[in-house]
Ligand binder design. Structure first.
Ligand code: S3P
Length: 174
């Protein structure tokens, strides 16, 4: 059996982690958990409110704590936030406790997806359209050193969830 029965979906903001995670969980008959939603429930406020009122470092502390609180769950697909792997040894933790799966998109693909949903994301909400692409390029180049350590790296655009399912099953030996 592969580590514990958990799959972590990793990737930049806007890469479709929750959508892919939900589909995969449903095909596997596993539970789906959205880490950002659990953070909001724990804090009793939205992610933009946490960033505004308490600051990013407080958000990162809660994120690491909630991630570890999910440890007892089995047969669960967890979609993480774009920054999750990059703070507080979270990537190390996820590699040790489940199967990690990086949904990879190019900066251009991310930009066209994120331009529609900037407002709900504190790190990019104040960027103009002209600044968005260079922000993504820089941030992604920085973050890929964590993302690239994932057990499975898969293209996020045109994702075939049934193929992904077979890949995951063979990795998990189920
Ligand atoms: C963040 C991504 C967000 C959320 C928070 C910080 C990041 O999640 O966790 O706004 O640092 O990239 P999504 O990747 O689901 O947008």
């Amino acid at each position: 059996m592969f580590k514990s029965q958990k799959i972590y979906i990793i990737g930049f903001m806007g890469s479709g982690k929750s959508t892919a995670g939900k589909k995969l969980a449903s095909l596997m008959g596993w539970t789906f958990v959205d880490l950002d939603k659990n953070i909001e429930e724990f804090a009793g406020k939205s992610i933009p409110e946490i960033f505004e009122q308490d600051g990013e470092s407080s958000f990162r502390q809660i994120e690491a704590k909630i991630l570890r609180n999910l440890n007892s769950l089995n047969h669960t697909v967890i979609s993480t936030g774009g920054g999750t792997p990059c703070y507080n040894d979270n990537m190390e933790y996820m590699l040790g406790t489940g199967l990690t799966l990086y949904l990879k998109l190019t900066p251009g693909q991310l930009k066209s997806r994120l331009s529609k949903s900037k407002g709900e994301r504190p790190l990019i909400k104040d960027l103009g359209q002209g600044q968005l692409l260079s922000f993504i390029e820089k941030k992604l180049a920085d973050r890929e050193r964590w993302y690239d350590r994932s057990d499975i790296i898969i293209e996020g655009i045109g994702l075939d969830v049934n193929m992904l399912l077979e890949n995951v099953k063979s990795r998990l030996n189920i």
